[in-house]
Design a binder for this molecule. Structure first.
Ligand SMILES: *Cc1c(COP(=O)(O)O)cnc(C)c1O
Length: 362
């Protein structure tokens, strides 16, 4: 079976000596490897204020706290995402307010978001689903007009771009995940990219109990409780070795995605998705719409290809009962949405076989 997702690791002869060095080097907690990794990652996303964490969920939680989101507030978000996006909002005590999606992309629709803004709205959560970048031209206008910060959940969008610049360098808060199946993994880990040193320093305190690591322990005074969300030297070492491969790995996702955009354009029963102006996807998944989805999935599976909707729309979970609302465009999109394998492990032969299988019909 050709899988839909797969972890990439550098060859053992490259990774293992580095891991052995750090594990037996006497210091596995947050230290020089973590700071070196932050530096390299920051260069990759063109943002020197890149804060490493132990998960993308931790990054979401800190972003929400830095945006001042708390009990009684509202955050506008999308139901079409992995659960951590919205569970993190719930953790702050805020209410999730669903915006509807754009039927052409599956991404949050700026028109719908405008309608949902209230005096309680403290942040807008944008998910660059499958690597596709949201309509940032419009969302930046909304953010400026209402003075509401955007939080970009870019867990799927490492290597995506807006106005030719990497995602991670544009917004007040951008969240990345280094979980097992994302473009790049450190086994687990995450990043929060922020706009300036002051936000970076606040995030640093939040990730480690409220203690300031740049000061001696005995000179510290915790003024606000923080979490244990920091990255350690072992995960950071994996990240440092991964960084040597990241450009090449992301390029493979993008090459396969663009191939599908072309090859699947005019097939009856298939609708490829649109991309917004000034955006470039890094195609973590290849998402499209198909007629009779369950038949499509069966035929793909019979041919050794995994195809799936992958994510349960989040508004189906009981914890979001208070947010329940009609989302007609999401209903329409979700009925047809499917993902096909697109990542670094997909060879030219694989992708041709996948397209031929689709062309034969289902
Ligand atoms: C993976 C993922 C996250 C969370 O990342 P973790 O590192 O697993 O905590 C958040 N949002 C989306 C959309 C994700 O896919």
């Amino acid at each position: 079976m050709i899988p839909l997702v797969k972890s990439f690791f550098p060859p053992a002869k490259e990774l293992m000596p580095e891991l052995e060095k750090v594990i037996y080097g006497g210091y596995v907690a947050e230290g020089e490897y973590v700071y070196a990794f932050e530096q390299k990652f920051g260069e990759y996303v063109s943002n020197p204020y890149s804060l490493s964490l132990n998960s993308g969920t931790a990054a979401l939680h800190i972003a929400l706290m830095l945006a001042g989101v708390g009990k009684g507030d509202e955050v506008i978000s999308t139901a079409l995402t992995a659960e951590p996006t919205n569970v993190a909002i719930k953790l702050t005590g805020a209410k999730v307010v669903w915006g509807d999606v754009d039927i052409q992309t599956g991404l949050l629709d700026p028109k719908s978001v405008r309608e949902k803004i209230s005096h309680r709205t403290k942040a807008i959560m944008l998910v660059h689903y499958a690597g596709m970048v949201c309509n940032l031209d419009e969302f930046n206008k909304i953010a400026a007009e209402y003075n509401i910060p955007l939080i970009e959940d870019a867990a799927h969008a490492l290597g995506s771009r807006y106005n030719k610049k990497p995602i991670g360098s544009n917004a007040s808060y951008t969240v990345f995940s280094l979980q097992a199946i994302k473009h790049m993994t450190t086994v687990d880990g995450g990043f929060l990219c922020v706009k300036d040193k002051s936000a970076f320093d606040k995030g640093r305190l939040k990730r480690w109990f409220g203690l300031d690591k740049t000061k001696a322990r005995l000179e510290n005074d915790i003024t606000e409780a923080g979490y244990k969300y920091h990255m350690n030297n072992v995960n950071a070492t994996i990240g440092l070795v991964q960084m040597r491969h990241i450009k090449e790995i992301v390029a493979k996702y993008i090459d396969n995605g663009k191939f599908y955009d072309n090859a699947l354009k005019n097939i009856p029963g298939v609708e490829t998705l649109h991309y917004y102006p000034n955006t470039e996807s890094s195609y973590w998944l290849y998402t499209m719409k198909v007629d009779r989805r369950s038949d499509f999935i069966k035929v793909m599976e019979a041919n050794g290809i995994t195809a799936s909707e992958l994510h349960l729309r989040n508004d189906r979970h009981s914890i979001f009962a208070e947010s329940k609302i009609e989302l007609p465009q999401l209903d329409e999109f979700y009925k047809k949405m499917v993902h096909i394998p697109c990542g670094w492990w997909i060879t030219k032969e694989d992708r041709e076989k996948i397209v031929e299988t689709i062309q034969k019909g289902w």
